[in-house]
Design a protein around this ligand. Structure first.
Ligand SMILES: [Zn+2]
Length: 208
């Protein structure tokens, strides 16, 4: 379900556009979720921006086309610890700089001091929604875990992982006679996993 725009004019005329679709309309994103009927709301805006303190050979301020993208949706993914489904909210905010050719984009990327710099090559026929999907996919965390995993449904579904997770809310080590060496449960294991997931998500773009 492409949304075609002339990306150069979109930026140069300062246009904006928004829409809503379903996760199933974005086939690659659909592969990342169990719930294909979740809505995806998206917004896009084009701008021409003047780069602060950068001038061309004629002394005119250097200008760049920028595409701002935002999208909100919810994915249903499998928890890496207990294997049960969990909701992962997605809130994309992206700023891309638009170049005429691959060479110009590469050159600008080499000059850029900024980790946030994201160049793309524009087109007169450009699929806005495919770019949105690409940005969402690039920002997805590698793995997700529940803040607190739900209790296993039955004894048959108990795995070493889910038993370990359950134990964090079970008896404290003081009350538990088997506590001691060999116990690997750490109360902050969940937090560590969350932080790692967060770092993986933001690592690509910046060190804000
Ligand atoms: Zn879980």
């Amino acid at each position: 379900m492409p949304v075609w725009i002339d990306l150069f004019r979109f930026c140069e005329e300062g246009r904006s556009q928004d829409g809503e679709c379903l996760v199933r309309d974005l086939p690659r994103l659909g592969g990342e979720t169990a719930e294909l009927s979740a809505p995806v709301r998206w917004q896009a805006a084009g701008r021409v921006e003047t780069l602060a303190g950068v001038y061309d050979e004629q002394g005119a301020p250097r200008r760049r086309r920028a595409l701002y993208l935002a999208a909100q949706t919810q994915l249903t993914r499998e928890c890496d610890r207990c294997g049960q489904p969990m909701q992962v909210p997605i809130d994309l905010r992206s700023r891309l700089e638009v170049f005429d050719t691959e060479d110009e984009a590469d050159e600008a990327a080499m000059e850029a001091a900024d980790d946030d710099f994201d160049p793309i090559v524009g087109a007169r026929k450009f699929d806005l929604l495919a770019q949105m999907e690409e940005e969402i996919l690039l920002g997805l965390p590698a793995g997700v875990v529940h803040e607190v995993c739900p209790k296993p449904v039955g004894a048959g579904s108990r795995t070493p992982k889910s038993v370990a997770a359950e134990a964090t809310s079970g008896p404290t080590p003081q009350e538990d006679p088997v506590a001691g060496e060999g116990r690997t449960v750490r109360p902050f294991a969940q937090l560590d996993a969350l932080l790692k997931a967060g770092a993986a998500q933001t690592g690509r773009k910046s060190k804000k």
